[in-house]
Design a protein around this ligand. Sequence first.
Ligand code: ASP
Length: 603
Amino acid sequence: MLKTISCGDVRAEHTGKTVTLAGWVHRRRDHGGLIFIDMRDREGIVQVVFNPDNAPGGIHAIAESLRNEWVVQVTGTVTARPEGTENPNMPTGEIEVAAEQVKVLNESKTPPFYINEESEVDELIRMKYRFLDLRRQSMRDTIIMRHEVVRFIRDFLSERGFLEVETPILIKSTPEGARDYLVPSRLYPGKFYALPQSPQQLKQLLMAAGVEKYFQIARCFRDEDPRADRQPEHTQLDMEMSFVEEDDVLNLIEELYTKLVETLFPDKWIMRPFPRMTYAEAMASYGTDKPDLRFDLDLVDLSDIAAQTEFRVFTSTVASGGIVKGFSAPGYASLPRRQQDALIDFAKANGALGLVTIALTGEGDVDDLTEEGFRSPAARFLTVEQVKAIAHRAEANMGDMVLIVAGPAKTTNQALSALRNEIGQRLNLADPNLVAFAFITDFPLFEWNEDDGRWDAMHHAFSMPKDGHEAYLDSDPGKVIGRLYDLVANGAELASGSIRIHNRELQERVFGVLGYTKEQVAERFDQLLTAFEYGTPPHGGIAPGIDRLMMVLTGRDNIRDVIAFPKTQSGFDPLFEAPNVVEQYHLDELHITVEAEDSVEVT
Ligand code: ASP
C-alpha cells in the first residue's frame, strides 16, 4: 500500500518509528518557517510538521504549495509533541509526524464547502458533491456506524442459523400498499418487470422451499408520495422463519436490538423487556400506533364525564358517537395567552376542530379545587366537580393544564397524539439517550378506505387472522384482528411483520375481502397460492427498516443523512441527475413512445 499506517491510528507507542501516511490535507497552518498539516484519512487525523531546519531541501516548497483536500503521501518520524502543545481532544494528540518526504498524489480544486468543519451547507449542494460531503466527519462516522450495524445484524442472525438469500430485483408486482416502479422489457415488447416493494412473496416462497430461517439486507422500492422520512428506495432487514409464533419473532428481535444497542451504542439505554401493547391500547393511551414512550403524558378518555356537562361541544360529540379525550400538560396553567392560542392552532392544523383547555391555576390539592381555581373557555358549562373528575382522570395537579379534544375518534386521536409529542418536546421530557423500543401487536387486519369505498390491508394481504377471527371475514371485516406486530421506537415505526397465512383457501378469502378479482389473484399471486398447495409450513416474519433504525440510533432527523447516496425529498438524485431522459434508440428498443416531456422543477 501507499501507506504503512492510517493517519488516525498513529499513537505515542509509535514514537521513534518511521511511518508512511497517505491521505488528504485537512488543514494547513504556516507558523513562520514551521508548516503544520492536519492529515486525514478514514481513520482520523494526525498532525504532520515540516521543519525547514531538519527536512531535506525541496520538500518545504512542496509543503508550502499544499492546499486543503490535496491527496498526499508523507514519510516521516513519529515524535512526541513538544510539551504544552499536546491535544488531549485528539486520539493522535500526543504525537506528530516530522516529515522527511512528501509527494502530491493528486491536487484538488477548492471544494464548494468546508470539509474540515461541520458548518451548515445547502443540502442540494451536499448531495451534488456527495463524494465530498461523505468526507466530512459526521457523515463518515454515520457510514462507518451503518456498516457496523449491518455487520452486527449479519453476525447475530448467522450465529442463530439464518441463511442470507438474495432475491431478484427484476420481478413482478409484490404489493405492499404502494405504487410499483416498472422496468420495461426489451425482449418481451410491451411487458414490464416491477421492482420489489419488498421481498414479501419471495421470502414466503423460501419458507415453502424449506429454508426455515431467512434474512436479507434487502432494498425495497416504493413509488410513494414524498414525505420527509421516506426515500423511493429503502433498506430493510427482511426476515422470515418457519414453525414460529408471534413471541418467537418478537423475542428474537428484542434480543437482536438489545445486543446491538448495548454493543454499538453504549451511551444509549433501552427499557427491558420492550413494552408490548395491543393496537387498541396504543390508540387509547397515545392516540397513535407509533407512540413515543420516552415520556408519559398518557391520553385519557373523558367521554363519560363530558357527556354529563352542559357543554354542547362535548355532549353533541358524544351523542354522535365521537369521543372526548385529553391529557395533562405539566406546569402549563400559567401559559401565556398567545402561546395558548398557538396550541389551539397546532391542534387544528393536526385535524382537531378545536382545543378545550382547563388551566388549574389555583394552589393546593385538586380535591380542594374551587370556582376560582381553574380557568377554561368552557368554564361556565363545567361544574367544579366535573373539573375535579377530569383533573383526576388526567392525573393533573394544580399548576397543570388539561388539553381536551372532542370529535370523531380518528381525528381526535391524531390531533392529541401530535399535541402529546409537541408538549413532550417543548417540555424536554424525552431523555435523548433513551431508545424507547416497544412492540405494538394485534392490529386490525383491514382498514376502511373512505376515498375508494373498500377495505385495504392494514399491513399487507398475507397476514393471518387471529384464532377465531376468520368468521368475521365475511360478516364484519373491520372486526378481524390480525396476527400482526410492529416495532416502534421514539415515535417512529421501525418494523412491521406478521404470522402469515399458509393455506390457499384462507388466503383467497382475504384477497376476496380486499376486492381482488379472480383474475387479479391469479395474475399476481398464483405462485404463492400454488406453493401453499405443496406443503408450505406455518411461518412468520418481520422487516425492520435499516434507515429509520439508523436515524433513531444516531439521533438524526433527516433520513438522507444516514444514506450514502440518497435522493431528495422529491425523488431526484442531484449527483447523477436522475431520473433523466434517455436516448431515442433506447426507447425504440423498448417499444416506448414518450408523449409528454414536461420538465419538473428540481427541489
Ligand atoms: N414485507 C413487509 C413490509 O415490507 C414486512 C413483513 O411483513 O415482513 O412491510
